[in-house]
Ligand binder design. Structure first.
Ligand code: DGY
Length: 314
């Protein structure tokens, strides 16, 4: 707010806990030049039509599957996001989920609170070791690479897959080996997803892919829920065809409390909080505001998806 107000912008805030409906958003933003959105706000052709004055959309997220960037570009609307500032925090949380699942942290902690801790047992809460195992990273961008850097501390073999192989310096820096997705799924003890949600990645991990994974393996998703076929995952977890899953994102989101996924004791599900450290969420908010101010001044925003394209188009 300070950044926006200092720039002299007249700001209207949606201050309710839940996101606005389409009607509420159109009403609130009617006549606005810029929108600062969250990943729960959908920006599509219909919204752009309803808000003809719009010149910039600044999303407070690195992901932008809630925004039709193509439609924005066609209408000359600048689209901005908040990459980089959340990379390390998201990678840290990925590891929190890996260990939570491997060592059954949530299950054990819940038992302590419920008074079910009666004695030290040699076979109580046995989990999986992580050190020395194979980590498979699907999507080797900034966050995938940050996850890989941490794996070195656990002496892990790191495999990755992506649309294409990364340059040798990137692979060497984290000692990661490029393999096709199917090989990665067959060989990894932990599979972690770091791809954006696009038509190509929707349902990327479905029943056939889960069938390739080891019975002792773990699936982690801090990317977008729809990258995984939730029904297929629930079946695999129920039938113990996987050791467990750590999911910070779900499909749908939020996941209803009665969803069968939440009855699987081998699933750790958190409410889309991988970037939620105090510092990082402040940096994301600041960057989103700086992006918006620059775009509305007609200056190159620090992080825009289509500025160059719009500029080239004149
Ligand atoms: C993002 O930025 O896309 C995350 O999902 C929320 O931090």
């Amino acid at each position: 707010m300070r950044i926006l107000e200092r720039a002299g912008l007249d700001v209207t805030v949606w201050s309710h806990e839940l996101p606005p409906t389409r009607e509420e958003l159109v009403h609130l933003a009617s006549g606005a030049d810029g929108l600062l959105t969250l990943l729960t706000d959908r920006v599509d052709s219909a919204l752009l039509e309803a808000l003809p004055n719009l010149r910039a959309v600044s999303n407070m997220a690195v992901g932008y599957d809630n925004i039709d960037v193509h439609a924005c570009t066609a209408r000359g609307v600048v689209v901005c996001t908040t990459p980089d500032v959340l990379t390390e925090t998201t990678a840290d949380f990925t590891w929190a989920l890996i260990f939570a699942v491997a060592r059954r942290v949530c299950e054990a902690a819940a038992d302590v609170r419920a008074g079910r801790w009666r004695t030290w047992e040699p076979l109580g809460y046995l989990g999986l070791d992580i050190a020395g195992k194979t980590l498979g990273i699907v999507g080797f961008g900034r966050i995938g690479q940050a996850v890989a850097r941490r794996a070195r501390g656990f002496s892990m073999r790191v495999l990755y897959t992506d649309r294409e192989r990364r340059p040798a310096e990137v692979e060497e820096a984290v000692q990661a080996t490029f393999v096709p997705l199917d090989d990665l799924l067959r060989e990894s003890d932990v599979v972690t997803l770091h791809v954006p949600l696009t038509p190509a990645t929707r349902g990327l991990i479905g029943a056939p892919q889960l069938a390739l994974m080891k019975r002792t393996s773990i699936l982690i998703n801090t990317a977008r829920g729809a990258v995984v076929d939730t029904q297929a995952l629930v079946r695999a977890l129920e039938e113990r065809r996987l050791w467990g899953a750590g999911l910070d994102v779900t499909d749908p989101e939020p996941i209803p409390p009665e969803h069968p996924l939440l009855r699987c004791p081998n699933a750790v599900v958190t409410p889309h909080i991988a970037s939620a450290s105090e510092h990082t969420r402040s940096r994301m908010a600041e960057l989103a505001a700086e992006n918006l101010v620059a775009a509305l001044r007609g200056e190159r925003p620090p992080k825009s998806l289509n500025w160059d394209q719009l500029w080239t188009k004149g």
